[in-house]
Write a protein that binds this ligand. Structure first.
Ligand SMILES: C[S@@+](CC[C@H](N)C(=O)[O-])C[C@H]1O[C@@H](n2cnc3c(N)ncnc32)[C@H](O)[C@@H]1O
Length: 224
């Protein structure tokens, strides 16, 4: 029996009924299996760049008897997608650099996409900024706490909307909701960024600058 996480469940809850989904960085295909089993969608394309991950995913899909519903592909991001195959992208459990580079490299494939669900392990500010820059708005977002980590999960839809700097840093919907988990998240983010600055070598100037900028913005919000 595969144990499914609260984080993946929260991502699945953001997928629309009968959407045509690609899960990039599917790892063991747990999300794809969950999406099909719970009848949210009928088919999923699940992609991973790691042969090991794909092998395990294959086993899990066979065990769930979902070979006809989950198309497993070994490859890099959106490169393994043909035109018209999907309208929804999931990118979860990856850092913001990787997520943005996958979207940049696959830009030509984004024309048919109207929904992107992202759970970035790092810097949601840069994720929100980039997605809004390429023609998406923040439809909804939530925080999920699992094993002492708080994950922001953001649903982007095609369209334009203007945001304040604070909204891009923290999320317009999360700010409005202002839950106890949100306050905890800000504190944890500040501690995480400080820790990162201690371990990232000084020669990574750009990376350190991004972290410092994010940290400064978080601290401004936290002090208010
Ligand atoms: C930490 S796992 C996250 C798995 C799953 N999405 C989740 O949220 O639990 C990240 C996965 O992304 C895959 N990955 C990294 N870069 C990728 C790329 N450019 N294209 C496809 N998969 C990638 C890795 O091999 C790994 O299996």
């Amino acid at each position: 029996m595969i144990k499914v996480s609260l984080r993946l469940k929260a991502i699945a809850d953001y997928i629309e009924k009968n959407a045509k989904v690609i899960d990039i960085g599917c790892d063991h295909a747990l999300l794809a299996i969950m999406l099909v089993k719970s009848k949210i969608v009928n088919k999923v394309i699940a992609v991973d760049i790691s042969r090991g991950a794909i092998n395990q995913a294959q086993k899990n899909i066979e065990q769930a008897k979902l070979e006809s519903k989950i198309a497993l592909r070994l490859g890099n991001g959106l490169f393994c997608l043909a035109s018209g195959e999907v309208d929804t992208i999931v990118l979860a459990g990856l850092g913001h650099h990787k997520i943005i580079s996958i979207l940049k490299e696959g830009k030509s494939k984004l024309k048919e996409i109207n929904h992107i669900v992202i759970q970035s392990n790092t810097n949601p500010l840069l994720i929100r900024k980039y997605l809004c820059q390429i023609g998406f708005y923040i439809e909804k977002e939530k925080l999920v706490s699992e094993k002492d980590i708080i994950y922001p999960i953001i649903s982007f839809k095609r369209g334009k909307q203007k945001y304040t700097k604070k909204e891009l840093i923290l999320g317009p919907h999360l700010i409005k909701e202002n839950s106890p988990l949100f306050k905890q998240f800000i504190k944890k983010e500040i501690a995480k960024q400080k820790q990162l600055l201690l371990v990232i070598p000084f020669q990574y100037i750009h990376k350190r600058r991004q972290i410092k900028n994010y940290l400064k913005n978080l601290q401004v919000v936290n002090d208010k």
